[in-house]
Design a protein around this ligand. Structure first.
Ligand code: PEP
Ligand code: MG
Length: 887
């Protein structure tokens, strides 16, 4: 026989805190509290298995459930000395949902079950308060009819409003017992009128109705949506908790409240909570009356003139404080509690881990470790790495009003407010005039770098999480919302159209890169703070982790920022980003458009000193830490002039007719540039580009070494290698240049040459490639693109549908596809090591900053992860958690 029902009460329970999957969070914790000897009204929990059985069997109850529920009721009767439906010894029960994960407010609850025309009189006699009894009855009819019978609560609210108007009342509290009795009569008439049957009087019928309703509420639309948003599987089901009612509304010595053992927004170790005298739980939540503070201290801080629980009911308060301590120590975590005081006696109704802000989570974890309640490993493991975003960027004040006019992908965290502009030149101009701007584009390209630098944040209407805008914004630490498809940029009129609102250049908009929301106007923000508990936690994480954390950075500003966030080197310097600033783009275009090698070399000679000084600065900032510099990677057309004006400018610089240039531009057009002439293929066609870059790297290394006295060992990285012979070809050029620089400078030059693993072929042939490559860096953006055959720039338009339809769980460009792309990484790592013992292995795709992917990297044994500067703290923490997990 399956055990469907687990009882609890009077210092004992059949379940445990560990039975969460079977009893739900609420049921498991009620059982645990009972076992700890805390005052919990007796009751029983119907398991989540029963809920699943219910759904698997056409919404029928398991046949033996009835007997087990009967036994559960007897258990309550034995402890409480009260019985459902017995007017002599009246028992009322609550029937509440409770899933494995907390789903606040998503499912249904029925209170005061067992009331009917007879028992209401018993309750009146019991409480010595007929008004209270009839008030409870009318609440029960409304709640039960709504939840179980499907008769909307508005039907009853209408009646209540009419009655109030008729009696000239403002508040519910003005009703007398007789007036409530009349309301009850009207409510029951309404039920019969609407449903054709009278309101059920038999407590057993009421109970089974409520149990079924709670099961059914697992499948209501709210719950389904909540599960989807929080990745909660449907197969978990909900438990049902049936428990003796206690009353916080039995007069002035009764109360009900909620509390946290520590402050959930700051983390301070101070009891924090609110209560209402003479009220039921729903009144606290409903916010009709202003709740009172629990402690005197909080009351004084809040400047409230209503007495605290500490003052008003000192005995109950003292019991409550000691229970809070006991529960926090027992669970070794901050608790969120619900309690009721019935005529001076304290009852605990719920305990669970309290939800908290990122800031509070860190303070609580650090302080608990210092108190000796948890270990440092546990403190580090408790913080959601992604939540650190909340601390590293300005964020929207949670109390701020949000006027949402659109939404896209949360591409780069933080919030930004600015006047909207539609071009990068405008962004730069306005910034120069001291204005704060938000760059709004359909999508960005490398030519927008200056505008992105100038802007407070970036908003695009097209493109995914690895679109240019998203990657570059994350790198810069700028908030970005990408792919906000419901917004329309009208370039001709210079407007942004959002939900029927037309915004023009200069109008103020705020983006929330943490949620993807686009808001009208300016919104109050909270500023980041990185010292104190945050620094302590990060220090602990650094001592625990095995993998190093580097950054993807190419500008000195980004490199410095990453260092301040704790980066231990550069894992990817995308040199192409260095070619867009100032005159460089002109020299770059000259180089690309030249028809001869000599022409190209002449243009490259102009770029050499600029590259060299870029690298020198990076080496200096990184002060001896490893720096991986990647040779030019993107398809050349990304650099080409597009407008007539730009073509004329380049033509003049090259002293050729504009038409000739235009023809050359057209000749460079590719149908599929991502699979085209890019990566090491450029170095194969135009070795002089790789040679110039290698020279700039080595000369800068020599100079940095001379300046600092420490040798710099650059890591030269060749992109998009598929064949060992490609790498051999490029490496030979690099080695040649190194030799020349050594001869010319008279200084030794140490360096490594390695490759990115971005193509399935490279992964599969890694053992051969490792004969040449001295390190591998997994470029999982391209590796995901090429493994799936899904364009990283076009994926968002259909991947969301895949997610909604359950075909994929996560966007593989955000979190690594462990089974496919991950398998290739694993194969390549093993094969690489087999050929070259101890080959240095890292990851520099966007996944390097994603906690789940970092866990995978630890499993595969990579040496480091590399991510955009603002993700460095997240990666440090995630790497520590991965190490703890691996053990
Ligand atoms: C990659 O492909 O993962 C990578 C880091 O290179 P990029 O994003 O510049 O193509
Ligand atoms: Mg790549």
């Amino acid at each position: 026989m399956t055990k469907w029902v687990y009882t609890f009460g009077d210092g004992a329970a059949e379940g445990r805190a560990g039975d969460r999957n079977l009893l739900g969070g609420k049921g498991a914790n009620l059982a645990e509290m009972c076992s700890l000897g805390l005052p919990v009204p007796p009751g029983f929990t119907i398991t989540t298995d029963a809920c699943n059985w219910y759904y698997e069997n056409g919404r029928a109850f398991p046949p033996d459930l009835e007997d087990q529920v009967g036994n559960g009721l007897e258990h309550i009767t034995a402890i409480a000395g009260r019985k459902l439906g017995d007017p002599e010894r009246l028992l009322l029960v609550s029937v509440r949902s409770g899933a494995r994960a907390s789903m606040p407010g998503m499912m249904d609850t029925v209170l005061n079950l067992g009331l009917n025309d007879v028992t209401v009189e018993a309750l009146a006699a019991d409480a010595g308060d007929a008004r209270f009894a009839y008030d409870s009855y009318r609440r029960f009819i409304q709640m039960y009819s709504d939840v179980v019978l499907g008769l909307d609560h508005e039907n009853f609210e209408e009646i209540l409003e009419d009655e109030k108007a008729r009696l000239g009342f403002d508040l519910d509290t003005e009703f007398s017992a007789d007036q409530w009795r009349h309301v009850v009569k009207l409510y029951k008439q309404k039920v019969e009128e609407e449903l054709g049957d009278p309101f059920p009087q038999a407590p057993q019928e009421q109970l089974w109705g409520a149990i079924g309703a709670v099961f059914r509420s697992w499948m209501n639309q709210r719950a389904i949506t909540y599960r989807r948003l929080h990745d909660i599987p449907e197969s978990w089901g909900t438990a049902v908790n049936v428990q003796a009612m206690v009353f916080g509304n039995m007069g002035e010595s009764s109360a009900t409240g909620v509390a946290f053992t520590r402050n959930p927004s700051t983390g301070e170790k101070a009891l924090y909570g609110e209560f209402l005298v003479n009220a039921q739980g729903e009144d606290v939540v409903a916010g009709i009356r202003t709740p009172q503070n629990i402690t005197e201290r909080a009351r004084i801080e809040a400047g409230s003139d209503k007495p605290s629980l500490q003052k008003l009911m000192p005995d109950a308060y003292q019991s409550f404080v000691s229970i809070c301590d006991k529960l926090e120590t027992h669970y070794r975590d901050m608790q969120d509690l619900e309690f009721t005081i019935e005529r001076g006696k304290l009852w605990m109704l719920q305990t669970r881990s309290g939800k908290r802000t990122a800031k509070a989570a860190i303070r609580v974890a650090v302080e608990m470790a210092k108190e000796g309640l948890i270990s440092k490993e546990e403190a580090v493991s408790r913080i959601d790495p992604a939540s650190l975003d909340q601390l590293l960027h300005p964020t929207i004040d949670p109390n701020a009003e949000r006027n949402v006019i659109g939404a896209g992908l949360p591409a780069s965290p933080g919030a930004a407010t600015g006047e909207i502009v539609f071009s990068s030149d405008e962004a730069e101009e306005m910034k120069a005039r001291g204005r704060k701007v938000l760059l709004v584009r359909v999508e960005t390209s490398p030519e927008d770098i200056h505008g992105m630098h100038a802007a407070e944040g970036i908003l695009t209407t097209r493109g995914g999480m690895t679109s240019h805008a998203a990657v570059v914004a994350r790198g810069m630490g700028k908030p970005c919302v990408s792919g906000a498809g419901s917004l329309r940029v009208d370039h001709r009129n210079g407007t942004l159209i959002a939900m029927g609102v037309t915004l023009k250049k200069g109008d103020v908009v705020t983006i929330d890169g943490g949620t993807g929301q686009v808001l009208k106007g300016a919104v109050p923000m909270l500023q980041p703070e990185l010292s104190g508990d945050f620094a302590t936690l990060m220090e602990w994480a650094d001592n625990i982790r095995r993998m190093k954390v580097r950054t993807n950075a190419e500008t000195p500003a980004d490199a410095r920022m990453a260092r301040s966030f704790g980066a231990e080197g550069i894992g990817l310097c995308r040199t192409e980003h260095m070619f867009f600033e100032g005159d460089r783009i002109v020299a770059m275009r000259e180089m690309i458009l030249a028809d001869t090698e000599d022409g190209r070399r002449a243009a490259l000679a102009k770029l050499l000193p600029m590259q060299r000084s870029d690298f020198l600065e990076l080496f200096e900032i990184m002060a001896g830490l490893p720096v991986t510099i990647r040779l030019l990677d993107p398809p050349l057309h990304e650099f080409l002039p597009k407008t007539d004006e730009e073509i004329a400018e380049v033509a003049a610089a090259m002293q050729v007719p504009p038409d000739k240039l235009r023809q050359r531009t057209e000749a460079l057009h590719e149908f599929n540039p991502m699979l085209g002439h890019r990566g090491c293929r450029l170095a194969v066609s135009y070795p002089e580009i790789a040679e110039m870059q290698a020279r700039a790297i080595f000369e800068a290394a020599v100079e940095a070494g001379r300046k600092t006295g420490d040798p710099v060992v650059p890591e030269v990285m060749v992109p998009l290698v598929g064949l060992k012979t490609e790498l051999d070809f490029v490496k030979a050029r690099i080695d040649e240049v190194a030799k020349s620089v050594i001869t010319e400078s008279g200084a030794p030059v140490e360096y490594l040459v390695g490759t990115m693993i971005e193509l399935p072929r490279a992964a599969i042939r890694a053992h051969v490639i490792a004969e040449t490559a001295e390190f591998f860096s997994f470029g999982t953006n391209d590796l995901t693109q090429t493994t799936f055959g899904i364009s990283r720039d076009d994926a968002t338009s259909f991947l969301e549908a895949y997610r909604k339809k359950g075909i994929i769980e996560q966007d593989p460009f955000v979190s690594i596809d462990v089974d496919g792309v991950g398998e290739l990484v694993r194969i390549a790592a093993e094969k690489g090591r087999a050929t070259r013992n101890g080959i240095k292995l890292g990851i520099c795709g966007e996944h390097g900053g994603d906690p789940a992917s970092i866990r995978f990297c630890e499993e595969v044994g990579l040496d480091y992860v590399s991510c955009s500067p603002f993700r460095v703290p997240i990666a440090r923490l995630a790497a520590a958690q991965a190490a703890v997990r691996k053990g």
